[in-house]
Design a binder for this molecule. Structure first.
Ligand SMILES: [Zn+2]
Ligand SMILES: [Zn+2]
Length: 430
């Protein structure tokens, strides 16, 4: 049986009535995304995400190629208040989650940048834990755990072509039976088949049938997810295989209220102080004497750009403009006199050439891109196995030097991520 996983199927599904019978609390956690504002309002009116003040990034894995005792394979957790989104899910990401303060049970979406193993080998293992996976029963009769409601998705996965097939086949051939549902939405490149699942295997228990195949429009995938407070877009970036970068954008937030501007007026007109709440939301308040107080204008929300492996992310320059945080790989660096493994024949040019030929970047390339898109902060990740990132003096010297190479282009300090490093992204003052 061929399962239709195109946009139409998704639209029909979510504009239908089946979800409306669910309770609002269930919908808040489980209902999937929307492509357009209109669809959102018709299908998700009872599932508005609450605004959040904490936006935090935790690096769960910062290695390229091979993991080590100090650097795990790629994975990054973005905490939006209490909700967690994961970007990439390399081998043993579950272990890293357990070592961190990120709550695994709060993961609601997983975004895969590309299907290289160091970014995806941990995905189905994590899904099995997250979605109550089991290996079947030996008794006769059907396993009650297989009665999974696949009209709604408990977990959403996004990734390029192959992500859905990888998950489906991996779960099927390991006899993993999920106790909860999931859906995979794929970002299709123009050269990809526009429909189909890229596998002959039919969806197994737990997979929702409304996974979208999202086509590029004007070179990117705008608003693959959007709600009232946050949206996600993506664009292709150059690597050795199809790869994407994600941009997470917070909607404008309430402006900063200066109480000294309002309180004397409220006291003078004996207006209840509770109107401060309206002013805080940017609303205007009419006082008893006819004066109108205007709340502060809304501030720009935060923007985070998370790139997959790349030797050139320029196709996403426009989307990445003015990012509060840019996370860019820096797999290879030329560090003569600092890195004892430097070959005498190496030069900056040969190292960069080698990095590009494998679809990767040097710190200088990352710094130049950060400058070009006007990023406020740059964090490097995805380091070669030779940069262990441990606490030794030599490792610190090497990582400092890598940061400085990027900073020489970016003209600002650059941070080299370590595993389990966590940073908050704060709102701008204006
Ligand atoms: Zn990689
Ligand atoms: Zn890769």
């Amino acid at each position: 049986m061929v399962i239709c996983a195109d946009d139409d199927a998704w639209t029909k599904h979510f504009c239908g009535t089946s979800n409306r019978a669910k309770s609002p609390s269930t919908l808040h956690r489980r209902l999937p995304l929307c492509v357009s504002e209109s669809i959102f309002h018709r299908s998700m009116s009872s599932s508005i995400r609450k605004s959040f003040s904490t936006l935090n990034v935790t690096f769960l894995g910062t290695a390229s190629a091979q993991p080590s005792t100090t650097r795990n394979h790629s994975a990054l957790a973005l905490r939006l208040g209490k909700d967690v989104w994961l970007f990439d899910c390399g081998e043993a990401t579950q272990h890293q989650l357990q070592k961190s303060s990120v709550k695994m049970g709060k993961i609601e979406k997983i975004f895969i940048t590309h299907t290289h193993g160091d970014h995806i080998f941990g995905l189905t293992a994590l899904m099995a834990s997250l979605l109550n996976g089991a290996g079947g029963i030996t008794e006769e009769g059907s396993d009650p755990r297989l009665n999974v409601d696949t009209t709604i998705a408990a977990l959403e996965v996004y990734g390029p072509l192959g992500t859905r097939a990888y998950v489906r086949n991996s779960l099927a051939y390991t006899h993993t039976q999920l106790g909860s549902s999931y859906v995979v939405h794929e970002l299709r490149f123009p050269s990809d088949p526009p429909s189909g699942d890229f596998t002959m295997l039919a969806p197994q228990s737990g997979e929702c049938h409304f996974g979208r195949n999202i086509q590029q429009v004007d070179g990117c995938w705008q608003h693959i997810y959007k709600d009232d407070v946050i949206s996600v877009s993506a664009a292709p970036i150059h690597h050795s295989v199809p790869c994407v970068g994600y941009v997470v954008t917070e909607a404008p937030v309430a402006g900063k209220v200066d109480p000294s501007k309002y309180i004397p007026e409220l006291k003078r007109t004996r207006t209840p102080m509770t109107v401060m709440r309206q002013l805080q939301q940017g609303e205007s308040v009419l006082l008893s004497d006819g004066t109108i107080l205007h709340g502060p204008a809304r501030r720009k929300g935060r923007k985070i750009v998370i790139l997959g492996d790349t030797c050139d992310p320029s196709p996403m320059s426009a989307l990445a403009q003015d990012a509060d945080l840019l996370i860019h790989e820096a797999t290879n660096a030329h560090l003569p006199g600092i890195d004892p493994a430097t070959k005498p024949s190496d030069t900056h040019e040969t190292v960069q050439e080698r990095a590009i030929s494998r679809g990767h970047s040097t710190p200088q390339m990352a710094g130049a891109f950060a400058l070009r898109v006007g990023a406020r902060r740059l964090v490097l990740n995805h380091f070669s196995a030779r940069y262990s990132g441990d606490d030794s003096e030599e490792s610190r010297r090497i990582m400092d030097a890598i940061g400085q190479l990027a900073a020489s282009e970016f003209k600002q300090n650059v941070v080299c991520a370590t595993d389990l490093m966590s940073l908050d992204i704060s709102l701008r003052e204006q």
